[in-house]
Design a binder for this molecule. Structure first.
Ligand SMILES: NC(=O)C1=CN([C@@H]2O[C@H](COP(=O)(O)OP(=O)(O)OC[C@H]3O[C@@H](n4cnc5c(N)ncnc54)[C@H](OP(=O)(O)O)[C@@H]3O)[C@@H](O)[C@H]2O)C=CC1
Ligand SMILES: CCCCCCCCCCCCCCCC(=O)OCC(=O)COP(=O)(O)O
Length: 325
């Protein structure tokens, strides 16, 4: 004989089993299925968007730009590679021209050389870039330099040089290529900024200022260009293991020439380039590519600026002390 309380328990268990089998599990699998399908569709859309797209990469001679060139080439993009170093561009082009990919046809890249500090050269380069394939789908403003120095020691022409390469140059190139994008009602502008476009750290004034200006300009551009179907993506990476610190300019205009520990411990440029490829493929608007601490610092700067400023002031004091000792 089964007691009434046991029967009640058994009934409850059967009802629970039924609910799990008929409601929760199918719901769970359904959600997972929809999520999986969404991911697959997103991947297909992203691949289609990048395959055969005409992509211009500035600063393609080294570091992140070179890896972006490799990543977009492998994705089937038609590349126009820019920089000043002709030999490095030629070497990259012959490497890419000789490489094949499992993902389908690849295209031999073109190269256009110019200096971002020369407005005349930028205008001529834009014409040359447009002649390569007749149009541009995606412009990746990647080229840039960094800076190390104290504000009080830094010559104003150094501030201007950093702004010219990191801000005015990309702005001029973007403006020169935009009309053809607007005409086609199709285009995508990417700005490689930095965490330092969102927070300023001591002894990086010119660099952080140029990256804050970049963030602001391209945020405005995004809003203004939406009606013309032009996408704008601002990407803000943390430290990447490249020659950025080696090529950085100092307070008196000389080259810093050293690989910093933070840079050497940074992410590999190939890995970051994959994130850039994914962000562009998904038409992301603003992407922060960094570890937890810098991300928290970005939020701290907005939510508790007083605390952030204190941390930066003590960081400046510490750095000055270690430099003087
Ligand atoms: N490395 C890092 O830790 C981080 C880098 N970034 C950003 O990533 C981008 C790429 O830098 P990264 O790869 O690290 O550094 P690299 O020094 O390796 O590359 C910089 C590129 O910019 C080009 N460049 C420099 N000056 C000029 C100029 N006057 N005219 C035209 N092109 C120029 C260089 O080409 P060439 O010399 O041939 O002209 C080079 O290809 C920069 O915008 C940088 O701010 C952002 C966050 C972190
Ligand atoms: C709630 C707790 C928050 C704690 C916040 C602590 C603040 C920590 C400060 C972190 C600063 C991170 C700076 C990251 C800088 C960076 O990644 O820059 C990328 C670059 O562009 C590198 O250029 P550089 O020339 O400076 O090498």
């Amino acid at each position: 004989m089964v007691s009434p309380s046991t029967r009640k328990c058994m009934l409850k268990e059967r009802v629970m089993d039924l609910v799990t089998q008929t409601t929760i599990l199918p719901l769970l699998f359904g959600c997972l299925g929809i999520f999986g399908l969404f991911r697959v569709l997103q991947r297909i859309r992203s691949r289609t968007y990048l395959r055969n797209a005409v992509v211009v990469v500035t600063g393609a001679t080294s570091g992140l730009g070179r890896e972006c060139a490799r990543a977009f080439h492998a994705a089937g993009a038609k590349l126009v590679l820019c920089g000043r170093n002709v030999k490095a561009l030629e070497a990259l082009i012959s490497e890419l021209a000789g490489s094949c990919t499992s993902q389908g046809q690849t295209h031999k890249p073109y190269m256009v050389t110019f200096d971002l500090t020369d407005p005349g050269a930028i205008a001529a380069a834009a014409v040359e870039i447009l002649q390569c394939f007749g149009y541009v789908d995606i412009l990746i403003n990647n080229a840039g330099i960094s800076y190390r120095g104290a504000i009080s020691d830094t010559r104003v022409d150094v501030d201007r040089r950093v702004m010219e390469i990191n801000y005015f140059g990309p702005v001029a190139l973007t403006k020169a290529l935009l009309p053809s994008m607007v005409k086609r009602k199709r285009g995508h502008i990417v700005a490689i900024s930095s965490v330092q476009g969102k927070i300023s750290i001591p002894f990086r004034s010119a660099y952080a200022a140029s990256k804050h200006a970049t963030q602001a300009f391209f945020d405005c551009l995004r809003a203004e260009m939406e009606q013309d179907n032009i996408e704008v993506t601002v990407i803000s990476p943390g430290y990447i293991y490249t020659n950025l610190s080696v090529n950085a300019v100092t307070a008196d205009g000389s080259i810093y020439g050293a690989l910093d520990k933070n840079t050497a411990q940074g992410r590999s440029p190939a890995e970051v380039a994959q994130d850039v490829l994914a962000a562009v493929g998904k038409k992301k608007k603003d992407v922060l590519l960094t570890d937890l601490l810098p991300s928290l610092a970005v939020y701290l700067r907005t939510l508790a600026p007083g605390i952030f400023f204190r941390i930066m002031a003590s960081r400046a004091k510490r750095e000055r002390k270690s430099k003087n000792s």
